[in-house]
Design a protein around this ligand. Structure first.
Ligand code: MCA
Length: 501
């Protein structure tokens, strides 16, 4: 399993740098093992037992990584939370998951203490300053692992919240077996090597940054050099330094790097792998990258519930506009979403996925879990696509109203719920409008209450207080009525046509 491989690297190449933060000191594989084991023993001393949810809402820092590896190693369930979640979202995730422990930044203390009385399962939260030495905090605990690594592939290792288009966010239960299957598939498909050096710029509270990038590097026994936040200028300078062999980003990051080059040719072909994911890679960016950086981006397709599913090949044609072929061990099919029956090549239908990497379901949501799978066990991705006769898949839109902004998923119902709390809003509908930098931009269409004064800036600010910033509308349009079908359902496609401009 993934953790066994990591333990092996710690043993076999103890002095090699595993992780180096740009603002920190390099951490070797043996130091990583040592601190992760101490952290595991510290968690046990706090009463954490296998199956307990350990929530972590910290910026990108080494303590986050230690807590992640330690919690999964002792059989607990790691729950990473976006530091941008405001109080209302945080309260929901902690209550729904029944988290026992929460590690958060010291500066969040008053917010978190204010919601504590409503969280019956949460014991005293632990507040830390990510800049403080984590090693000193756990120094008193033994550097020896006190229990064997989890051996049951069906045991949940992590829980990641993903929203539905009709419901509050659901916790996808990602098992040790899922993580192992996915990381092995990617290792093989992308030819990870021990001498790889990854420039890591992604957030680590998502599958992309945590599993695909960080686990990928650690599973290979490679080195991850980490920027705590994405800074295009710093990233481009580092990429030019010839020190790195692998880079992973979302299209918004690639767009910023490309724009920074500003028409100059900057040869990055010494990198053996530059990937793009979490959102569709626009064709102009694919070609722009070839022209400017002498690099053909490798586009791949994944989702929180599965990790990675499809990928363009490392060797062979990286097809523009396509998300490539199924990864080793992954089965994919295109079906009629109404009947789940497979469609012939070339026809557009729902993409469905099967494999050992697919999560076992949603936390305490048996109905939603059942609804997510076909009768014969395929995961319904909600993405529409087609398969070419040579096996390449192309996505053709979404069955659901999901918006993707800067590689982050925004579910309109969550935003609509927040908007409905505003006293001036009588009805609302949230749509995604195409945007060059972000892929899509969140736009709210609102019918104001009679006589109520509503103002675009104030409504946007109102949402920012209730939702993570990236979910808040960037633009508001005020309407007298919505385009609706015969059943009275708002026709969002019409709204997009008229108001995306
Ligand atoms: C930041 N802002 C955003 C976003 N990010 N607004 C909309 N969408 C976003 N994604 C806001 C900031 O709050 C700020 O608002 C304003 O935009 C400008 O901030 P800026 O500093 O320019 O942005 P940034 O902090 O540089 O962030 C841009 C980013 C970031 C680096 C592209 O969004 C990012 O790291 N995206 C990657 C997401 C990711 O890893 N997704 C993987 C999940 P204001 O100024 O008003 O405060 S999907 C996944 O894992 C699946 C499995 C998969 O397939 O990969």
């Amino acid at each position: 399993m993934f953790l066994d491989t990591l333990a092996r690297h710690c043993h076999n190449q103890p002095d090699k740098v595993a992780i180096e933060f740009s603002d920190g000191i390099p951490v070797t594989y043996s130091q990583l093992a040592d601190t992760v084991n101490r952290t595991g023993n510290y968690l046990i001393s706090l009463g954490v037992e296998p199956g307990d949810r350990v929530a972590v809402q910290l910026p990108k820092c080494m303590p986050f990584i230690y807590l992640h590896l330690a919690a999964t190693q002792i059989g607990a369930i790691f729950l990473p939370l976006n530091p941008a979640y405001p109080m209302a979202e945080l309260r929901y995730f902690l209550a729904d998951s029944g988290a026992r422990l929460l590690f958060a930044e010291r500066l969040k203390r008053s917010v978190i203490e204010s919601i504590l009385p409503e969280l019956s399962t949460l014991e005293t939260p632990v507040f830390i300053d990510p800049a403080d030495s984590w090693e000193s905090r756990v120094a008193a605990y033994s550097p020896k692992r006190s229990a064997p690594l989890p051996a049951d592939p069906d045991q949940t290792a992590m829980m990641l919240y993903t929203s539905g288009t009709t419901s509050r966010p659901k916790g996808a239960q990602i098992t040790h077996g899922n993580l192992t299957a996915n990381i092995k598939a990617l290792h093989e498909a992308w030819g990870w090597r021990e001498d790889d050096v990854l420039l890591h710029v992604l957030p680590i509270f998502h599958v992309h940054g945590l599993v695909v990038a960080l686990h990928g590097a650690l599973h290979a026994g490679a080195t991850a050099y980490v920027l705590p936040t994405f800074d295009a200028a710093a990233a481009l300078e580092l990429l030019c330094s010839r020190r790195f062999s692998v880079f992973m980003g979302v299209p918004t990051m690639h767009r910023r790097l490309y724009q920074l080059a500003n028409g100059r040719r900057v040869d990055l072909s010494h990198l053996r792998l530059m990937t793009s994911g979490s959102d569709r890679l626009p064709n102009d960016l694919f070609f722009g990258y070839q022209e400017t950086f002498n690099v053909t981006l490798l586009e791949r397709y994944g989702m929180t519930e599965t990790g990675m599913n499809l990928s363009n090949p490392l060797h062979g044609e990286r097809r523009v506009g396509s998300v490539g072929l199924p990864l080793p061990g992954v089965s994919a099919r295109i079906v009629d979403p109404a009947t789940d029956s497979p469609l012939p090549d070339g026809e557009v239908g729902e993409l469905q996925i099967k494999g050992a990497h697919v999560c076992k379901g949603y936390w305490q949501q048996p109905e939603k879990t059942a609804a997510a799978f076909s009768a014969d066990g395929w995961l319904r991705t909600g993405d529409m696509g087609a398969r070419a006769p040579d096996g390449y898949y192309t996505l053709k839109g979404r069955a659901k109203d999901l918006i993707i902004s800067g590689g982050l998923n925004v579910y309109p119902p969550e935003v609509e719920l927040a908007l409905m709390e505003h006293p001036a809003v009588a009805a609302c509908a949230v749509i995604g409008c195409p945007d060059e930098e972000w892929g899509e931009q969140v736009v709210a269409a609102i019918i104001p209450r009679d006589g109520a004064a509503a103002d675009e800036a104030e409504i946007c600010a109102f949402c920012r207080e209730r939702l993570a910033h990236y979910k808040a509308p960037r633009r508001v349009v005020f309407l007298y009525e919505f385009p609706a079908n015969a059943l009275g359902k708002i026709q969002k496609a019409k709204l997009r046509e008229e108001y995306c401009g």
